[in-house]
Design a protein around this ligand. Structure first.
Ligand code: URA
Length: 256
């Protein structure tokens, strides 16, 4: 992966972005034995030899975790009042890790945590359109027309309609006491309360929400409140899912 030199050095713990810029300006940093051209110089940590003050800076080791967020926790590093998802992680993850996007306090499911800033940026940037799939329970039946409405994009009160989204409506489950209405929705944006607002726009309210996958990585049967490291294959899948920017017009049109 290609990264900016100043970001690489800052991520490796050499100093803050402004400190490492000073080292670069003072010619203390070399790239493949040549003085660094500037903080914005692009380097490949796997192949390039970066030295600072004559000492080689090794490629930092990245970690990637998935977490099954329970309802009732806020997606934040610290909170004065609420319990946060970071409360579940060991200190080194709390210190160096960053949450990949966010889930509402009452939403459950897949959350990723990593110290790989570049990948995190891509996974959350609107330019890369990472697919995220949610399972939702609803207070009312959803009309089959919603599949086409969601595939075409709907107005949820923002400047622009939503991008194409893939909706599967599950058959109603009848129990002795209630009828359960549920659906699966895949979106490739991350607007505020997006899933809840999309269903609200078609007259249903989300009463339970769980994220089940992100870019081909699925939560599987990881118990609620537990985390595990991603496999190499899962990390590769995530990287591939955001390997290039997509124009809005290139966004996948789901089959109806
Ligand atoms: N959409 C929502 O409405 N809530 C979430 O937590 C995630 C997506």
């Amino acid at each position: 992966m290609i990264v900016r030199l100043d970001k690489f050095l800052a991520d490796a713990g050499i100093g803050t972005r402004s400190e490492v810029k000073k080292y670069i300006k003072a010619k203390q940093v070399t790239v493949n034995k040549e003085p660094a051209k500037g903080p914005e110089q692009k380097i490949c940590p796997e192949n390039d030899c970066i030295c600072c003050g004559g000492k080689e800076i090794r490629n930092i080791s990245f970690f990637y975790y998935m977490f099954h967020k329970p309802a009732g926790y806020v997606t934040a590093r610290h909170d004065e009042v609420e319990q946060t998802v970071m409360d579940f992680f060991p200190d080194f993850v709390k210190k160096k890790g960053t949450l990949v996007g966010r889930l509402d306090k009452d939403t459950e499911g897949l959350l990723l945590v990593t110290n790989d800033g570049e990948l995190n940026h891509r996974l959350t940037s609107p330019a890369y359109h990472l697919e995220k799939t949610y399972y939702a329970r609803l207070n009312a039946p959803v009309s089959p027309d919603a599949v086409e409405q969601f595939a075409n994009g709907i107005d949820i009160g923002d400047d622009k309609p939503t991008l194409p989204a893939n909706l599967t409506i599950f058959p109603v489950e009848e129990t002795q006491t209630e009828s359960i209405y549920s659906a699966k929705l895949t979106i490739c944006e991350g607007r505020f309360h997006q899933v809840k607002r999309m269903f609200h726009a078609i007259g249903s309210e989300v009463i339970y929400l769980k994220r089940v996958s992100m870019g081909g990585v699925t939560l599987g049967n990881l118990p609620r409140g537990e985390y595990r490291e991603l496999t190499e294959k899962e990390v590769m899948e995530l990287k591939q899912a955001v390997s290039c920017k997509r124009e809005k017009k290139e966004v996948k049109k789901y089959e109806i």
